[in-house]
Ligand binder design. Structure first.
Ligand code: PLP
Length: 463
């Protein structure tokens, strides 16, 4: 063994304590850390020939890289839909690495069973029934990819071809219909060979991002019985609008289509009695995407993919070989997802759900929604700003008063970011350059919202 490895092995408990202390120090300062930082520390360093051990690496990291890492896990990072990591989730993540299980199969470890227990809990949390089988994947983009791969196989089944066996040429073009699909849907269609061009945007309701179900019915009728894929949206990123899932599902009595629901963060509406109606009908979906590294506040990378047709999922992803075995009644994870070898990404979620339960996670969701509503109300009442949509859940979509140009909004966001107080991301909504403030972090309190509001007011006043 190389001497550095030998020394580290001998001192492992002490080294883990040092790393723990470092992490505790960083997390204690998270709320006061600048929300965004300038980035890379300068030119790249050469690879060391003689390493400096874990001690040396920790020292160099703290000195050289740590200052450039953002406070994105903190309470006033409202960009994208981000979330942080609760203490229990972090503990689960550390132990995931410590045990370093390969959850590709069930041979000789209970890790895959822990994943299944966690999937069952999540199903309950989001109001899904037993008919939805689930698997952990790396994020909502991969979850959408897997859901649409199953959808593709389903269209093949209807047309009497196996796409996974005979390839796309045997299938021909597929119609994918959606009102306001997330960009990751286009990416998934690209990877699956269906093509970004397969996605057809269906008219949305006036002033909304929710699909017009009557328009969707017309589009489906025009397909003349050709099986299609409908991507319904349960929480759009701009205004967190929700398609009428029940009404869309009911269309299956008249038209053949696979219903995939992208509920990346919107599924968490189910945890709040005041908002649960937004995801009414989610259980009727053929496949569902839910992100966990956003609103469950587990570290990256974690999401789940649910489907009612596990057989078709196995058709797409099975990896049979003499040494791995063939998929049987309850297939190993290796047969369900793009990866073969995979980390136990269920463990942080298991820890979080065990530590805080349904009530703890409901409190996070409700507090985030309450703060979003409060920020929305304050901005609506402020003559410097204009709200662009009602705050339906956890995102405030707004812009500057008057007719702001893109550069005005960009300048506003630059000033806010430079204050170190908050980070928000831009969008364009209904042709208007706009800003989104997305609440999904477990640490965010009313004090943080007040600081965000003050930073926005100062930045708008400075223009
Ligand atoms: C974030 C998000 C995605 C993509 O999620 P990743 O975890 O970044 O892959 C997909 N759909 C919606 C609605 C999202 O909010």
């Amino acid at each position: 063994m190389h001497p550095r490895l030998g020394e580290d092995l001998a001192r492992l408990p002490e080294l883990l304590d040092a790393v723990g202390d470092r992490a505790a120090h960083v997390l204690a300062g998270l709320a006061d850390r600048p929300v965004v930082t300038p980035g890379a520390p300068g030119p790249v360093e050469p690879l060391p020939d003689e390493g400096s051990g874990t001690d040396g690496a920790l020292k160099l990291f703290a000195q050289r890289w740590e200052p450039g890492f953002s406070g994105s896990a903190g309470p006033r990072y409202l960009g994208f839909v981000t979330g942080g990591a609760t203490p229990a989730a972090l503990a689960g993540d550390w132990l995931t690495a410590a045990f370093d299980q390969n959850v590709s199969n069930r041979t000789g470890s209970a890790a895959a069973d822990l994943e299944q227990e966690t999937i069952g809990w999540l199903r309950g949390l989001f109001g899904l029934g037993e008919a939805h089988a689930g698997v952990f994947v790396s994020g909502a983009t991969t979850s959408n990819l897997v859901g649409l791969a199953v959808a593709r196989e389903w269209v093949g089944e209807r047309r009497g071809v196996s796409v996974t066996q005979d390839g796309l040429a045997a299938l021909g073009p597929v119609d994918v219909l959606s009102g306001a699909a997330h960009s990751s849907i286009g990416k998934a269609l690209s990877v699956l060979g269906l093509g970004r061009g397969a996605l057809r945007q269906v008219r949305t309701l006036d002033g909304r991002e929710a699909v017009d179900v009557a328009a969707l019915a017309d589009e489906l009728a025009a397909l003349d019985g050709r099986p299609a894929v409908v991507v319904a949206n349960a929480g759009t990123v701009n205004t967190v609008d929700f398609d009428d899932l029940r009404a869309i599902a009911a269309l299956r009595a008249r038209y053949p289509f696979w219903l995939h629901v992208d509920a990346a963060f919107g599924a968490f509406a189910a945890l709040s009695p005041a908002h649960a109606h937004l995801v009414d009908g989610l259980d009727a979906a053929d496949s569902v995407c839910v992100d966990l590294h956003k609103w469950l506040n587990v570290p990256y990378d974690a999401a789940v993919q649910f489907t009612r047709r596990r057989d078709l999922q196995v058709a797409a992803f099975h990896n049979a070989s003499p040494y791995l075995g063939a998929p049987t009644g309850d297939p190993d994870p290796v047969h369900l997802a793009p990866e073969n070898s995979r980390r136990l990404r269920a463990l942080p979620a298991w820890f979080a759900l065990t530590a805080y339960g349904r009530a703890g996670h409901r409190e996070i969701v409700e507090r985030n929604c309450a703060e979003a509503a409060r920020l929305g109300a304050s901005l609506a009442a402020d003559p410097a700003f204009r709200l662009l949509a009602p705050v339906r859940l956890n995102v405030v979509c707004f812009t500057l008063a008057g007719r702001p140009a893109q550069q005005d909004v960009d300048a506003l966001l630059r000033r806010v970011a430079a204050s170190g107080e908050a980070f928000l991301t831009p969008t364009v909504y209904d042709g208007v350059p706009a800003v989104r403030a997305a609440f999904s972090n477990w640490r965010t309190t009313a004090t943080d919202t007040d600081r965000v509001l003050a930073a926005l007011r100062a930045a708008a006043g400075a223009s």
